[in-house]
Write a protein that binds this ligand. Structure first.
Ligand code: A3P
Length: 312
């Protein structure tokens, strides 16, 4: 995939003490017009936005949020694909490359809309920063997230010519992946804002009940003990792995149909582990990736454990 630098029409004002001129954003070649469309899109006050880097536990949080917003309607959740109930903003354009229909899945949602995006803060709709609807951000150790991305890619026929170490080497040497540290730190530094709930995959693994309680409070919803019990069961790794509506089958089929590449089968909800990288990478390679992470985080004066909220 080829990338090019992209400068948005404007940057959010008074949000972060940051020199936006220094902030680099890249987009896949051919997506500039789509990003302009997103920049100017209409945001509703009661929208709920879920923003993440890929493979950080988005789907897990998305199912959780959808249920909280929709009054714990487990039957409805089990009868429609998650990505139709709560669309991925960039997906329609990635697959069909038609500006006229690009925002339709989001525009057709009934309110309150739950919208997922992987776009970085400066490329998200400008109205987000004036209307400030509720926004949830989830981060994950990049070593686990990048490995997850490798296997997810292979399930659609990408990365088939690369070993895991080759894939990771390309990632840590690319200027686009460097921007992931801007992606996360921008939201991390905003985490005490009342409109933002910032958490990590690791914290969801440690205490999912607490995260559900926090989210209910954040979205001003109540939950009974019976509903909590059902949530913990429905959101467990085993149930989500077996659930045909939370494995992105609808999206993956469209990508496979578009590219028609030979692929490998990996279920979307795959291993769901914290520190799974230790089973996949040599200690030498882990320390190489850690040095890359630490080198970049030094620029922001934060550690990985800070970003994962493991020091709180
Ligand atoms: P792995 O590939 O490491 O297993 P995203 O939704 O952001 O793409 O993230 C996908 C990752 O979240 C995958 O990680 C997937 O297994 C994990 N995941 C999804 N649901 C989960 C759950 N209920 N419990 C634990 N991990 C889950």
């Amino acid at each position: 995939m080829e990338f090019e630098q992209f400068v948005p029409e404007s940057y959010p004002k008074d949000l972060l003490d940051k020199d936006w001129k220094e902030r680099k954003c890249y987009c896949v070649k051919g997506r500039r017009d789509f990003l302009c469309l997103v920049h100017n899109m209409f945001v509703k006050n009661d929208d709920v936005w879920l923003v993440t880097l890929p493979k950080c536990g988005t789907t897990w949080m998305q199912e959780l949020l959808w249920l909280v917003i929709n009054n714990f309607d487990f039957n409805a959740a089990k009868s429609e694909h998650l990505e139709i109930r709560t669309p991925f903003l960039e997906f329609e354009y990635i697959v069909n490359e038609d500006l006229k229909t690009a925002l339709r899945p989001v525009e057709m949602l009934t309110s309150p809309r739950l919208i997922k995006s992987h776009l970085p803060l400066p490329l998200l709709p400008a109205q987000l920063w004036s209307k400030l609807p509720k926004l949830i951000y989830v981060y994950r150790d990049p070593k686990d997230a990048l490995i997850s991305q490798y296997y997810f890619g292979r399930s659609m026929g990408f990365n088939m010519d690369k070993t895991l170490e080759q894939f990771l080497t390309e990632k840590i040497e690319s200027r686009e992946t460097e921007c992931d540290f801007d992606h996360v730190t921008e939201f991390y530094f905003l985490r005490s804002q009342p409109w933002l709930y910032y958490t990590s995959f690791e914290r969801m693994k440690i205490n999912l009940r607490q995260i559900i309680e926090d989210i209910c409070q954040f979205l001003d919803r109540s939950i009974s003990e019976e509903q909590m019990h059902q949530m913990l069961k429905h959101l467990s790794f085993e149930e989500m792995k077996a659930n045909t509506k939370t494995n992105h089958i609808w999206e993956i089929e469209q990508v496979r149909a578009k590219h028609r590449l030979p692929y490998e089968d990996h279920s979307f909800v795959r291993k769901g582990k914290v520190g799974g990288f230790k089973e996949e990478l040599s200690p030498e390679f882990i320390s190489r990736v850690d040095s890359w992470i630490n080198k970049h985080l030094m620029r922001y004066n934060v550690t990985l454990n800070d970003l994962l909220l493991l020091n709180d």
